[in-house]
Design a protein around this ligand. Structure first.
Ligand SMILES: C[S@@+](CC[C@H](N)C(=O)[O-])C[C@H]1O[C@@H](n2cnc3c(N)ncnc32)[C@H](O)[C@@H]1O
Length: 366
C-alpha cells in the first residue's frame, strides 16, 4: 500500500452456527498525503532543475541509511497526539476519530472476545483452507485477531495494518504488522492474497465500495474476502428503548456526527451488495443480533450482552470526545452525556441491541 512504513510492531492478547433469532427477555415471559517521492507529469512549479548527487563513498547499497530513514519515519507514528486526556494516532492525524490508548486497547480486546462469542469461537467463516499462503487483516487495531489467526495458520504469511502502531513486538514468525492507511493505494496487485479480512471498521472507512474493489483486485482467483461488521445504530425490538433515553440520543448524535464527516456507521447490512458489485461470487451474509447488557434470558445472548456492555462502557466517553468536541461540545458536556448513556446501558428494563454482520465472498477463477 502506498506510504507503507514496514515495521515490526505488535501487541498480543489475551459450533455451531445459528441464524439470528429473536432475543428472549429475562423474566418477561414468566421466567492523499504521501510519505514517498511521487511526481506528477507536467509539474511546472519546480524550483530545482537537477538534484545534486551525494558522493557515495562506500560500496554497499543503501542498506543502513535506508534502514535508519525507515526507522525514523516509523517512529513518527509513535508520537501520539494527546487531547482531552486521551491519545490518538499521529500518522494521517485526525483521520480516525477514536483514541488509541490503553483504555481503547482494552476495549478492543474485550470486543475480540465478544465477536468470538457471537461467532461461536470461529475467527472466520469463509471456507479457507488451513494451509493458505497469504492473508491480510485490514485495520488490525491491537492485532488480537491477527495474532490468533497467525497461531491457527502458522504457515501463512500474514500482514496486518493500521494507522497506529499499538501492537505487540513479540509476534508469530510469519505475522508482520504495518503502519498504513487502508484507503490509500494498495500495492499488492502482483502478490495478491488468498484471504483478506477486515473487522469492526464502521466509523473508519470513507469509501467502502472502493475499499472492497481494492480487496477484490488484491485477492487471488478463488481466494476469499471476509468482513465482520456492525450496524452501529442501536434499537430495541420491543420498544423499551425510547427516543428520550440518553442511550438513544448518544447513538443518534454521535453517528450523525460521524456520518456528517463521510463515515458510514451501518456498513454491515450493505456489505453483501458491495461484494456483489465488486464481482465476488458465492457470497454468504449472516446477521447476528447482539444485546447490550445482560437482559436476555438465553445464556448465549446473556454472555454476548455482557461482553458488549463491557466494551461499550469503555467506548461511550471516547466516542463522544472524538466526535462531539469537533462540533463545539465541551469535554464536560461529552462526559455528562457518556455518564447518562452508561446509566441507561445498565438498566435491565431497556432491551437495546445492535446488528452484527459477517459477509464473505470468493473471487472467481481467473
Ligand atoms: C474499531 S477498531 C477495530 C480493530 C480490529 N479490526 C479489531 O476488530 O479488533 C478500528 C481500527 O481501524 C483503524 N483504522 C481506522 N482508519 C484506518 C485507515 N484508514 N487505515 C488503517 N487503519 C485504520 C483504527 O486505527 C483502529 O485500530
Amino acid at each position: 500500500m502506498g506510504g507503507d512504513l514496514g515495521m515490526e510492531a505488535t501487541r498480543s492478547p489475551s459450533a455451531e452456527k445459528k441464524s439470528p433469532s429473536p432475543v428472549q427477555v429475562a423474566g418477561s415471559d414468566g421466567g492523499t498525503e504521501s510519505l514517498g517521492f511521487g511526481h506528477d507529469e507536467g509539474y511546472a512549479d519546480s524550483s530545482v532543475e537537477s538534484i545534486e548527487v551525494e558522493v557515495w563513498d562506500h560500496d554497499s547499497s543503501y542498506g543502513d541509511e535506508l534502514q535508519s530513514m525507515t526507522t525514523s519515519l516509523s517512529s513518527t507514528a509513535y508520537h501520539f497526539v494527546e487531547e482531552h486526556g486521551r491519545t490518538y494516532h499521529s500518522y494521517r492525524q485526525g483521520r480516525y476519530k477514536l483514541p488509541n490508548d490503553e483504555i481503547e486497547a482494552d476495549r478492543l480486546d474485550i470486543h475480540h472476545a465478544l465477536v468470538l462469542a457471537i461467532m461461536h469461537g470461529e475467527l472466520n467463516l469463509a471456507p479457507i483452507a488451513g494451509d493458505i499462503e497469504s492473508a491480510i487483516d485490514l485495520g488490525t487495531g491491537t492485532g488480537i485477531w491477527a495474532m490468533d489467526f497467525a497461531d491457527a495458520h502458522p504457515n501463512t504469511d500474514l500482514k496486518a495494518n493500521d494507522l497506529t502502531p499499538v501492537q505487540q513486538h513479540m509476534v508469530p514468525p510469519k505475522l508482520e504488522f504495518i503502519v498504513d492507511d487502508i484507503e490509500d493505494e494498495w500495492l499488492y496487485e502482483h502478490t495478491p492474497f488468498d484471504y483478506v479480512h477486515g473487522r469492526f471498521l464502521a466509523g473508519a472507512i470513507l469509501n467502502w465500495p472502493r475499499l472492497i474493489q481494492q480487496a477484490y483486485t488484491c485477492t487471488k482467483p478463488l481466494g476469499w474476502v471476509e468482513f465482520q461488521e456492525w450496524d452501529t445504530r442501536i434499537y430495541s425490538a420491543d420498544g423499551t428503548l425510547h427516543p428520550s433515553h440518553s442511550l438513544q440520543t448518544f447513538h443518534n448524535i454521535t453517528s450523525d456526527a460521524h456520518e456528517k464527516r463521510g463515515f458510514d456507521m451501518s456498513p454491515g447490512k450493505k456489505l453483501q451488495g458491495w461484494l456483489r458489485d465488486a464481482g465476488f461470487i458465492n457470497i454468504v451474509a449472516k446477521r447476528y443480533v447482539v444485546p447490550l447488557g445482560m437482559w436476555a434470558k438465553d445464556k448465549h445472548y446473556k454472555t454476548i450482552g455482557a461482553y458488549n456492555f463491557l466494551q461499550m462502557k469503555q467506548a461511550f466517553e471516547g466516542i463522544a470526545l472524538g466526535t462531539l468536541t469537533q462540533d463545539g461540545w465541551t469535554v464536560e458536556e461529552c462526559q455528562i452525556l457518556a455518564a447518562k448513556t452508561l446509566t441507561d446501558a445498565k438498566d435491565p428494563k431497556i432491551h437495546s441491541q445492535y446488528d452484527f454482520y459477517v459477509v464473505y465472498g470468493q473471487k472467481p477463477a481467473g
